[in-house]
Write a protein that binds this ligand. Structure first.
Ligand code: CTP
Ligand code: MG
Length: 180
């Protein structure tokens, strides 16, 4: 597979993990997951992690995976090697992405960072680790067949770039209050 093919497969395979956060920004709000509770004087997760954002983010990622499966026959002629999502992967990719994001907020609050504070490195990769981790646990065969070493390497490079780029756009469009 040439580099363009590897890029296309990596992007396609990660799309269901990329959209949940953006969907949560657009559709989130309402009661926070931690219910306002604190631990050692600091919020457990903070107001930025809501039930609605989490549920709509997972739904958006899963629906997107099924949509990609639906258009797969039409696209796979042009780009070889694009994966089809198993039902389990369609759920673990977005769920893991948001669990990683929630875990990062937990760490941010423990280290004294307020809601919205930047945590360089963690902000850009928390959801990749969560999405890939949950998927390798629950869909190990699908994972092994999809995320070969070259694909994994490309995912680790393009994800932070895409994350910084989309958040900057969301900030410029006033959808997000910080550019990260
Ligand atoms: N969001 C949500 N539920 C989630 C994740 C995100 O409702 N599980 C929404 C919130 O409105 C949040 C916005 O998306 O403010 C941006 O997400 P993110 O940057 O992850 O949250 P922050 O507000 O920056 O909070 P934190 O410092 O905890 O990351
Ligand atoms: Mg943030």
């Amino acid at each position: 597979m040439d580099i363009v093919g590897v890029l296309a497969v990596a992007f396609w395979a990660m799309l269901p993990a990329y959209v949940p956060n953006n969907a949560a920004v657009l559709l989130g709000g309402g009661p926070p997951i931690d219910g306002g509770r604190t631990w050692n004087g600091k919020r457990i997760l903070g107001d930025g992690k809501t039930w609605l954002g989490t549920a709509s983010g997972i739904a958006a990622g899963a629906v997107l995976a099924l949509l990609l499966n639906a258009v797969h026959p039409a696209v796979s002629g042009a780009v070889a090697g694009l994966p089809r999502f198993s039902l389990v992967a369609a759920i673990t990719l977005p769920t893991g992405a948001l669990l990683g994001d929630i875990a990062a907020s937990f760490l941010k609050r423990r280290t004294g960072r307020e809601r919205g504070a930047a945590f360089p490195g963690i902000d850009q990769l928390d959801f990749v680790v969560g999405a890939l981790g949950l998927t390798v646990l629950f869909a190990p065969e699908w994972f092994a067949g999809t995320f070969t070493l070259p694909i994994l390497a490309v995912v680790l490079v393009i994800t932070p770039v895409l994350h910084v780029g989309t958040n900057l756009v969301a900030y410029k469009l006033s959808l997000k209050s910080e550019p990260w």
